[in-house]
Ligand binder design. Structure first.
Ligand SMILES: [Zn+2]
Length: 130
């Protein structure tokens, strides 16, 4: 539905700053123009390897939401939250998406590994010498 966010050719992703667990592909980034609980934050379409806590109602600067805090599945650090429901119609686009605290995560560029890369970069096919 809506816009499509393609993965980049180089595999870049956000990892937990404490234990380096993979949290999100940079290709799922919607905007880095957000503020989290601990400083700068990113709105991300999809986050993996997190535990979602119970839904709570929170009053934020942009309105009232039902959110779930998310914690790294390995070290249990709080890395952000998931927007479950937005009360304001203008904020509905956030529903189902996640806030990732940029102070709790770091962006890394991985070595391209053919076994782990979901979408193969074309160069891998061009350079194969058969
Ligand atoms: Zn962690």
């Amino acid at each position: 539905m809506g816009r499509h966010y393609p993965l980049r050719l180089t595999s870049q992703y956000y990892v937990c700053i404490h234990c380096k667990t993979h949290l999100a592909f940079k290709g799922h980034l919607i905007s880095r123009d957000y503020t989290g609980r601990y400083g700068r934050a990113a709105l991300i379409k999809k986050i993996e390897n997190v535990i979602e806590m119970q839904s709570v109602t929170e009053e934020m600067l942009s309105g009232k939401y039902i959110v779930r805090r998310i914690h790294c599945c390995r070290c249990h650090a709080n890395v952000g939250w998931k927007y479950v429901l937005a009360y304001k119609p203008s904020e509905k686009y956030k529903e189902g998406h996640y806030i990732l605290e940029l102070n709790a995560s770091s962006l890394i560029r991985d070595e391209i590994d053919a076994n782990e890369c979901i979408i193969q970069p074309p160069i891998a096919f061009l350079s194969s010498s058969l």
